[in-house]
Design a protein around this ligand. Structure first.
Ligand code: NDP
Ligand code: MG
Length: 383
């Protein structure tokens, strides 16, 4: 029985993780659930899964959550500090980090310091503080199991290959809703259009990141830290059908790919059950439904965010952190209708080039970079 904490249980990854756990009651027990503000869903989940504790980020909702769950013997905590501390509980083996954005950094770091294994969905954490996170994990003997489908694919392909150096990896990308478009075609796209992902149903932030291709950029940086690869070893290839989830190429030229229908429950389950594969009822792939699997090069001029992520990765230090923070602000302003689609990437680029480079930042310096980059993004938009 693995004892699981889900940070961000009310989100897209969190709710799918709960489906996985519900399907395998003998393999997993649920100890902690957390949400930011969706108290109603958190309560519903807690009544169904009976965890030891829940955390609601929004302190104003503490009383209403506590009123319902206290009688059930479920401990209720509220606020950012509680989220950071709950992962230290001795009753947890694995923490699934499924909160969105840099908000995941501190709880993930605390979980690692408390020697919990990590099932990592929250890619922004590795983008913001990859050096710190991987070094702390190494020191504490903690494993980080990728949940992101591409990184799970690479991880699955590497099984039994640990002694064989990687020549390169290919991260596949669907290309998002605007694949094949030129800059002039996407000047005035609306949030509704950008939120229509062709293959995956996900939270709003990652869906917009997929449309700008910043998501793939974040994933390039995530792959760098997870698999210890240099930027030239990480290539992105557009594969609109999202059947091949990524590919590893070894030194003899052999390529291994992991494939299947796009369903996040599979990589979530694998990250939680590793090294075992558990039975699942997920839909099986049918070759006749996909007579053609196609591949294209990414268009880094139209989707400049992908180029910016490679720039950030080359510079390292606090630059990926600045990029991520500016992107989080720009995406939410786009969703509010306050900036245009192409301005998301423009704001990110300007923030990156106005960030003072710190080559080996401390946690405090990263937190400061994050704050300053958010302020810069807002001031660029207001001028
Ligand atoms: P969602 O927006 O659907 O869910 C986010 C979750 O985090 C919710 O539970 C939300 O609570 C909580 N949350 C939001 N902000 C905060 C905060 N400031 N502090 C604490 N908790 C917070 O996101 P997704 O599930 O789509 O994505 C989660 C992570 O997984 C992201 O990093 C994403 O990049 C990554 N990922 C997602 C994939 C997907 O298919 N969705 C695929 C691969 C990676 P509330 O509901 O109360 O707001
Ligand atoms: Mg992905």
């Amino acid at each position: 029985m693995k004892r699981i904490a889900i940070l961000g249980s009310t989100g897209s990854i969190g709710t799918q993780a709960l489906e996985v756990i519900a399907a395998h009651p003998c393999d997993f027990s649920l100890e902690v659930l957390t949400a930011n503000e969706n108290a109603d869903l958190l309560i519903k989940q807690a009544l169904q899964f009976k965890p030891n504790s829940v955390v609601i980020g929004d302190e104003k909702k503490y009383i209403s959550v506590k009123e319902v769950l206290w009688n059930e013997g479920i401990k209720v905590f509220a606020g950012k500090q509680a989220l950071n501390q709950i992962v230290e509980s001795t009753e947890i083996d694995t923490v699934l980090t499924a909160v969105v954005g840099a908000a995941g950094l501190e709880p993930t770091l605390n979980a690692i310091k408390s020697k919990k294994n990590i099932a990592l969905a929250n890619k922004e954490t590795l983008v913001v503080a990859g050096a710190l996170i991987t070094e702390t994990a190494r020191k504490n003997g903690v494993n980080i199991y990728p949940v992101d489908s591409e990184h799970s694919a690479i991880f699955q392909c590497l099984s039994g290959e640990w002694h064989n150096p990687i020549e390169k990896i290919y991260l596949t990308a669907s290309g998002g809703p605007f694949r094949g478009k030129m800059r002039e075609d996407i000047i005035s796209v609306t949030p509704q259009q950008a939120l229509k992902h062709p293959n995956w149903g996900m939270g709003q932030k990652i869906t917009i990141d997929s449309a700008t291709m910043m998501n793939k950029g974040l994933e390039v940086i995530e792959a760098h830290w997870l698999f210890n690869l240099n930027p030239k070893q990480i290539e992105v290839i557009i594969h609109p059908q999202s059947i091949i989830h990524s590919i590893v190429q070894f030194e003899d030229g052999s390529m291994k790919a992991q494939m299947g229908l796009p369903d996040m429950k599979l990589p979530i389950q694998y990250a939680l059950s590793y090294p075992k594969r558990l039975h699942s009822d997920f839909l099986r792939f049918d070759f006749l439904n996909y007579p053609k699997l196609t591949f294209e090069l990414p268009d880094k001029e139209t989707f400049r965010a992908l180029h910016l992520a490679y720039v950030a990765l080359e510079k390292e230090g606090n630059i990926p952190c600045a990029m991520n923070a500016a992107n989080e602000v720009a995406v939410s302003l786009f969703l509010e209708g306050r900036i245009s689609f192409l301005e998301i990437t423009e704001v990110v680029e300007e923030c990156m080039s106005n960030t003072l480079h710190i080559p080996t930042p401390t946690l405090d310096e990263l937190i400061q970079t994050d704050i300053e980059s958010r302020e810069k993004a807002i001031s660029i938009i207001q001028r």
